[in-house]
Design a protein around this ligand. Structure first.
Ligand code: AP5
Length: 217
């Protein structure tokens, strides 16, 4: 089924943005743009952007706005008419304002910002048990989403890894950074009438249906 979406998936670390964006991509063919995945790839390839980003990411802090805005701009410019699901961007007011400018230029207005709501204990459980595919970015969990072949990605067969920023100290810093720097972006979108809140506890399929339902589809 084809469904054109132009949305931001918003929410704290571990709320399921990557899981849901990747499911929407498989179901509807919508481009999944994840700034975290792009930055991790840049770090792995040792590019200039990767070298700038690595220390921030390891500490669980935000990478400077200008670096991330340039990445998102570039990706959105090459997006086709199937739309996009932004995952992990924007995370500051400055990024949200820059996104408005880029989408205006491209003539692709944002349809909605879907905020995935999950309580803190559940976030910590999800992040500490997460394993990810370094090749395609697909997330797994040691209890709730186990790969078919232990330690291997179902989508591309690569070896799964435990992200450095999923260690306890970095998790706690990421949750604090979210509250201080990122949560205020919710008000920005609420004022524009774009905010949709979705309870994001339950099965992955159920939550996907809630996301599409919140868009009135
Ligand atoms: P990023 O990769 O974007 O990390 P994040 O926002 O912290 O989000 P996560 O990837 O941790 O969680 P998620 O919400 O995608 O959850 P997931 O689906 O994996 O960013 C990493 C770093 O890059 C940042 O700290 C920053 O340094 C930098 N960065 C990135 N973007 C930036 C930006 N715009 N500005 C500045 N810096 C930026 O799910 C988590 C786990 O839960 C998985 O194990 C999954 O299997 C499990 N799970 C999912 N759904 C469910 C469910 N319904 N029930 C049970 N378990 C579930």
């Amino acid at each position: 089924m084809r469904l054109i979406l132009r949305i931001v998936l918003f929410g704290p670390p571990g709320s399921g943005k990557g899981t849901q964006a990747s499911l929407l991509e498989r179901k509807y063919g919508t481009a999944h743009i994840a700034t975290g995945d792009i930055l991790r790839e840049a770090v792995a390839n040792g590019t200039e952007v990767g070298l700038k980003a690595k220390s921030y990411m390891d500490r669980g802090e935000l990478v400077p706005d200008e670096v991330v805005i340039a990445i998102a701009k570039d990706k959105l410019a090459s997006t086709d008419s199937n739309g996009f699901v932004l995952d992990g961007f924007p995370r500051t007011i400055e990024q949200a304002e820059a996104l408005d400018g880029v989408l205006d230029e491209l003539g692709m207005p944002l349809e909605a910002v879907v905020n995935l709501r999950v309580d803190q204990d559940e976030l910590i459980k999800r992040l500490s048990g997460r394993r990810v595919c370094p090749a395609c970015g697909e997330p797994y969990h040691i209890e709730s989403k186990i790969s078919k072949t232990p330690g291997k990605c179902d989508q591309c067969g690569a070896d799964l890894v435990h992200r450095d920023d999923d260690k306890p100290e970095a998790i706690s810093n990421r949750l604090k950074v979210y509250e201080v720097q990122t949560a205020p972006v919710l008000d920005y979108y609420d004022r524009k009438g774009l905010l949709r809140n979705v309870e994001a506890v339950g099965s992955i399929e159920e939550i996907s249906d809630r996301i599409v339902g919140s868009l009135g589809r």
